[in-house]
Design a protein around this ligand. Structure first.
Ligand SMILES: NC(=O)c1ccc[n+]([C@@H]2O[C@H](COP(=O)([O-])OP(=O)(O)OC[C@H]3O[C@@H](n4cnc5c(N)ncnc54)[C@H](OP(=O)(O)O)[C@@H]3O)[C@@H](O)[C@H]2O)c1
Length: 253
């Protein structure tokens, strides 16, 4: 039976992806900063393990306790909003520590096992903000663009060892905890000089009708990334991300 380890399984995309793989008879190692047994259906195939991806000891312990796995999903992450002038470098470093270095550290921790077994899939969750620039999100976007850049290189580097790397790129998902967490992290991010402009930007974005991404869109994209060996390295999740992919293809094609 196959085993998947998912980071950030306490809410949103990570929680739904854990549910999705459990429903399809996988062993699921749902990792959470604060483990909770009540979030997912009870199952002998479910193992809940404590993991903070910014803590090297926590990573080493979780990967050891998990044992051999077939797939890793680096989903844990958070947003950071604000004008570059208003966002401190400390906050920027923290967001890279979580989104980018957390993803790299987890990948480093599982790669030796994947390489020895000549098999394994790493799925790194990015964001469609890398496809369409959006003001007040430069630090967050940079942390995700860095994930995409290293993942595309890594995919070539580990292919000879039977290891696959995929990037899942979700669109905007207002129903997860993401926006509230980003707002809480982003106090003082908008200096007075940017206040009117920022208000316009956010009010326009909130009124924009149309396409959003659901947690199940992301779970399906992760499923495709993990189970379909012929899937592309970059996989859009959600109809808004799919539309942005199509526009990008037109621009570059
Ligand atoms: N929602 C969107 O619009 C959107 C769009 C594109 C991409 N994304 C990306 O998708 C991923 C999941 O986001 P989401 O929308 O599902 O948001 P979410 O509901 O806020 O989930 C984020 C998860 O990351 C976990 N986490 C935070 N810091 C962590 C740490 N240091 N170590 C381990 N886990 C940690 C959170 O755990 P706690 O409960 O302990 O905080 C939570 O389980 C993120 O990488 C995000 O950047 C989101």
């Amino acid at each position: 039976m196959n085993t998947i380890l998912i980071t950030g399984s306490s809410s949103g995309f990570g929680l739904e992806t854990a549910r999705y793989f459990l429903d399809r008879n996988w062993n699921v190692i749902a990792t959470m900063r604060t483990p909770r047994a009540d979030l997912l259906p009870k199952s002998e195939r479910l193992h809940i393990i404590a993991l903070d991806v910014t803590d090297a000891q926590s990573i080493a312990r979780a990967v050891r306790d998990a044992g051999p796995i077939d797939a890793l999903v680096n989903n844990a992450g958070a947003g950071l909003m604000g004008a570059l002038e208003g966002v401190s470098l400390d906050d920027t470093r923290q967001i890279f520590e979580l989104n980018t270095f957390g993803t790299m550290a987890m990948t480093q921790a599982v790669l030796p096992g994947f390489r020895r077994r000549n098999s394994g899939v790493v799925v790194n969750v990015s964001s469609a903000v890398t496809l369409k620039p959006f003001p007040m999100l430069s630090a967050y976007t940079a942390s995700k663009a860095a994930i995409e850049a290293f993942s595309e290189n890594l995919a070539l580097e580990v292919e000879p060892f039977g290891v696959r790397v995929r990037i899942v790129i979700p669109g905007r998902a207002p129903q997860t905890s993401f926006s509230a967490t980003a707002r809480a992290r982003s106090q003082n991010g908008i200096p007075e000089a940017y206040a009117d402009f920022a208000k316009q930007v956010f009010s326009k974005a909130s009124q924009e009708p149309g396409e959003v991404t659901s947690a199940s869109d992301v779970a399906e994209a992760v499923w495709r990334a993990v189970t379909d060996g012929s899937s592309p390295v970059r996989i859009a999740a959600g109809s808004d991300a799919v539309s942005l992919f199509a526009k990008e293809a037109l621009n570059t094609g």
